[in-house]
Design a protein around this ligand. Structure first.
Ligand code: KIV
Ligand code: ZN
Length: 395
């Protein structure tokens, strides 16, 4: 579905908050230079990302400068800067994002018992006071304030509801309930959002957001479950880059909503034809390879080797593809020639290479091709040309 079609459809809009430049960059080894960050921000802005989290301004002067530079460059997206629930952090984030056409301060504090006891060494009541004071401080600096309950999914629901209520009262406009350690499972995640949204006064005045980590491989499933529970913002990263096992992958979230719109009446305003390019930009910038079988953007995501699949693809692409390569910006499906390929794919390949063999010559060439494929991991076009030409020359 094109951007225009998404906007025109009567589906509920889900906002995409990309944190490749912040949570993604926290992936070990994924540090990016200022120039690389600007390239990533440009790709995100162009594809229609609603909010770009550009960095953590208090973390270093470099991070501050990067947020300022992204804020100045970005044309359409909101630009967010992260801040702990500490006055100095919030002031610094405010200073950085004020350069944006539309800026956001994103402030967070832990709410789970384990974080309160061991990391923060604070009581529940102390954290409640911190929430009110820091969200109010951020709101005095800017109208667009996101508050996150770090480790929300391991926080008792009654206490989480009290925290959210205070954040809303203090002026937060987006409430994010992160699955910081990737602990949630989809049904539970959906129920958490539904319960908080139903019981907290003022919940209907703010946007709820999901931020899922992939420790159990459930980040995308949990993000979609959160939307079913009432969230309307998903925080994600290109290629699923992020701490440990990463964050929910933007391209997977976007294409799951678009491809299965029949089952989920929600959509984003992302122009999905930019996904493949964005994946390459981020992979190069973060020096982080994309696994071959990565959904949507991996090298094999639209490649088929099995003879049965190749035969089906040649008859009708929908037999083995649920979305078109073009819809994610990939030129075409690849039929990989190998020992699993059948006659139909071999014939198609010969045609592509300019050969039109008679029946007998074709059968002989196919036998030689299978023999070669058994011995060789990759059968390239040049191998097939050699195989046909050698035989023609020997007649
Ligand atoms: O995972 C997390 O909890 C975070 C917060 C800072 C939003 O990244
Ligand atoms: Zn995170």
């Amino acid at each position: 579905m094109s951007t225009q079609a998404a906007a025109a459809s009567n589906k509920d809009r889900v906002f995409i908050f990309d944190t490749t430049l912040r949570d993604g960059e926290q992936s070990p080894g994924a540090t990016m230079t200022l120039e690389e960050k600007l390239q990533v921000a440009e790709a995100l802005d162009e594809m229609g990302v609603d909010i770009i989290e550009a960095g953590f301004p208090i973390a270093s002067n470099g991070d501050f400068e990067a947020v300022v530079a992204v804020a100045k460059q970005v044309k359409n997206s909101v630009v967010a800067g992260l801040a702990r629930a500490i006055p100095g952090d919030i002031a610094r984030a405010g200073e950085a994002v004020r350069h944006a056409r539309q800026g956001r301060i994103h402030t967070f504090v832990s709410t789970s018992p384990i974080h309160l006891a061991h990391q923060m060494k604070k009581t529940e009541e102390q954290v409640l006071e911190i929430i009110s004071a820091t969200v109010a401080q951020a709101r005095n600096l800017i109208d667009n304030v996101e508050w996150s309950a770090m480790d929300a999914t391991r926080t008792p629901i009654d206490y989480l509801a009290r925290c959210v209520e205070l954040a809303i009262k203090a002026g937060a406009t987006t409430i994010n309930l992160p699955d910081t350690v990737g602990y949630a499972i989809p049904a539970e995640h959906e129920a958490m959002f539904r319960s908080i949204i139903e019981r907290v006064p003022g919940a209907d005045k703010v946007i709820f957001s999901a931020h899922c980590h992939n420790d159990l491989g459930l980040a995308v499933a949990n993000s979609l479950a959160a939307v079913r529970g009432g969230a309307r913002q998903i925080e994600c990263t290109i290629n699923g880059l992020g701490e440990r096992a990463g964050n929910a992958a933007l391209e997977e979230v976007v294409m799951a909503l678009r491809t299965r719109g029949d089952a989920m009446p929600y959509d984003t305003e992302i122009d999905s034809t930019h996904l493949s390019r964005a994946s390459k930009v981020v992979s190069a910038a973060a020096n982080f390879p994309v696994q071959y079988n990565k959904a949507i953007v991996g090298k094999n995501a639209f490649a088929h080797e099995s003879g049965i699949h190749q035969d089906g693809m040649l008859k009708n692409a929908q037999t083995y593809e649920i979305m078109t390569p073009a819809s994610v910006g990939i030129k075409e499906t690849t039929l990989v020639m190998g020992k699993h390929s059948g006659r139909a794919a071999f014939k198609d390949k010969l045609k592509e290479l300019g050969y039109d063999l008679g029946d007998n010559a074709f059968q002989e060439a196919f036998v030689r091709f299978k023999d070669l494929a058994d011995r060789k991991k990759h059968v390239y076009d040049a191998d097939i040309v050699a195989l046909v030409d050698d035989e023609a020359g020997s007649v």
